[in-house]
Design a protein around this ligand. Sequence first.
Ligand code: SF4
Length: 486
Amino acid sequence: MSGIKPARRWQPAFFPFKRESFGKRLLAKVEICVKGPLFGCRMCGNCLLQETAFICPMECPKGMRNGPCGGITPEKKCYVDSTRKCIWFTIYKKALKTGREETLLEVLPPLDWSKVGTETWGDVVRQIRKTGTGKFIGGIISADKTKKAVVWDSVFKTIRQPEWWSGDAEYHEAPVREPVTELERKFRKGEFVVATEVSPPIGAGTDKLIRDIESVKPFVTAINFTDSSSARPKMSSIACCKVAIDRETEPVFQIAARDSSRTSLQSDIIGANAIGIKNILCISGDNSVIGPSPTSNMNILDIDSVQMLWILRKMRDDGLYLDGRSFKHRPDLFLGAATSPFASDPVLQAIKDQKKVNAGAQFFQTNLVFEPDRLDLWLEQLDKRDILNKVFILIGVAPLKSMKVAQYLHTNVPGVSMPEKIMKRMEKAGESASEEGVQIALEVIDSVKRKQGINGIHIMTLSWESIVQRIVTESGLITPYPLKEA
Ligand code: SF4
């Protein structure tokens, strides 16, 4: 239970000037005095407490509204603010304890910022009146669970799921159509897929980028271009994707919620699709806390990765912008998301993953995996949730070039913890550390390619693009082939 916390975090800059009636301001003060100590309320004005085990998710420094990010530390602390527990871990644990974990699957909307910092009780009262006060009270005190749920939803679901969002907890299958990319085609054909990533350059020159693309192109199906990984600005992912397309190479456009608003997301995707980009990976993005100084805004400003998937799926399947405008030329999209199989408990991770699949994820790229046997528990949980047949999974594999790289990943990359035995192997290898790193990657590939439910690997090169050829050929995964246009 939280102590009183003022609505500091969600107080918009214009708050002191916003003219509201005395009654509304008074109600807001009373609301924070009650909900603050009881639920840790931050007065986001878009209350979700009924779906988050009555713990306010707005305590999350990134403002995540649909579950934890992949950066939770092994001690279940928040990587942005390591002085406190990940609030989403607490929410999930409480939901599990009270048997309410399925409520966590509902895809929750982004904030309506016009309501931030204002009271929400007025809406509740209005909805209760609409339902009928007597009927509402009767339903709430009823022993009939279904009746209780119906009457509860008639008030609270209407508030937390405004018409412009209308989120749910259902799986929305993509319409039957021809694959829109080579990546999708190979997945659907049942091939074991290899993807990789090429680091975007830090300057405007594209010579090295082109060399790197050309060097990996014959060995992979698609290339990811990161979106300012580690919150360090580099060439944009969309520009790198265009360079790849010009070289008849299939890109995966990574787009981080960290730097996106609902407006920029929708316009970027329409634009990206117009120039031939169809594989999209929606991620939260590394928080600026691990980026360069001075630290920029640590919130995810507007949308999270689940909401990104939901918005893009509706653009593709319904030809609709979030504001309800319809358009004729729908984008062809193959939608992906990131997942961190070892970030928290596999049971909890599977809930978040199911939510992403329901929202629109068609493929997953996992965080780095060094202990493939630990994947089994996670896969088991995905299977229990019946999502293994709804999503293609690429396992993240990294060839470690040196002990320094291993240490960097361990301490600086959210959601990656290097197992002690890997660290010891790298240390012991001394000058042959890069060879040891390759052997570790080959062992991981050998293990994952025999696992049910895994559809391929994603080689995270960590700027060591030249190793891709050796990895794919020595692992016996692929013989070089020319890429075809999607
Ligand atoms: S670990 Fe991620 S989800 Fe959890 S509180 Fe921190 S930023 Fe939020």
